[in-house]
Design a binder for this molecule. Structure first.
Ligand code: 3SL
Length: 251
């Protein structure tokens, strides 16, 4: 298995079909906080997360859904979009709030990354809590070319997404016990992410807080519980998986 890492959706090369050397799997990461919230929401029993880059498209789709089973989650600049049911905190998606509901979601960067790799045959989302579960899923599916895509911040590199990319790659290397499944980094960004993981693996929360988006969240108010949740490693086996374009489910 060859794993490439691209630190934002803007860095992703043009997608080619699998038969022409394109990826057969993509892993989207937005540690702070979209992909952590997505995993927590599905763990809490949400029916699905439907992701949108733009709020207009989200509103159109949500308007067409059964109102009693619909929640709108919108985040811009780290804050909840006015009038939406939810922002982007993994703490808010409790079973009482999201159970049985479809969450129509748009965030500043994370949902843009999902959009960028929507056509890839196997699309999953990763965060630190589910990184080993994601790695096992890739191995079980026998995929050969994996693109791990970070979300960054408006086109810029983010430390926390690269940390989690390294965490997933490291887990894949550890889980690939069969001699038939060799895991290797296919670009320098993947190698750098792996090195970052080696540096911070025992103190992920410090890394998240030091990162520029961590500092942004701290500037917006107390996010201690969000940091603790997003920094936890291997606490979840949920693997959010795209089941139809833009729709993630506990598959
Ligand atoms: O950038 C994003 O997509 C969000 O995850 C940012 S925030 O953590 O909700 O502020």
């Amino acid at each position: 298995m060859q794993i490439s890492y691209f630190h934002t959706s803007e860095n992703v090369p043009s997608l080619r079909p699998v038969a022409e050397g394109g990826p057969d799997a993509a892993v989207v990461i937005d540690v702070l906080r979209a992909t952590t919230t997505i995993a927590c929401a599905l763990q809490s029993g949400a029916e699905a997360i439907q992701a949108f880059a733009a709020l207009e498209a989200l509103n159109q789709a949500a308007d067409a859904w059964v109102p009693e089973r619909c929640l709108r989650a919108g985040e811009r600049g780290g804050q909840r979009v006015e009038g939406y049911d939810l922002g982007n905190s993994p703490l808010a998606v409790t079973p009482e709030v999201v159970g049985g509901k479809r969450i129509f979601m748009s965030t500043t960067n994370g949902t843009r990354s999902l959009e960028a790799v929507k056509p890839v045959p196997l699309l999953v989302t990763a965060c630190l809590p589910n990184r080993t579960a994601v790695a096992k899923r890739l191995i079980d599916h026998g995929v050969e070319r994996v693109w791990v895509v970070g979300s960054g911040w408006e086109g810029d590199y983010s430390l926390e997404d690269s940390l989690a990319a390294g965490a997933v790659i490291s887990a894949a290397m550890e889980c690939a016990v069969s001699p038939h499944v060799g895991v290797r980094c296919a670009n320098d960004e993947a190698l750098a992410a792996l090195a970052l993981w080696q540096q911070w693996r025992h103190d992920t929360e410090t890394c998240l807080r030091a990162a520029s988006h961590g500092q942004r969240l701290i500037g917006l108010g107390n996010h201690d519980a969000d940091f603790a949740c997003c920094a936890a490693v291997d606490t979840m086996t949920m693997v959010p998986t795209q089941t139809s374009p833009g729709v993630l489910q506990a598959a």
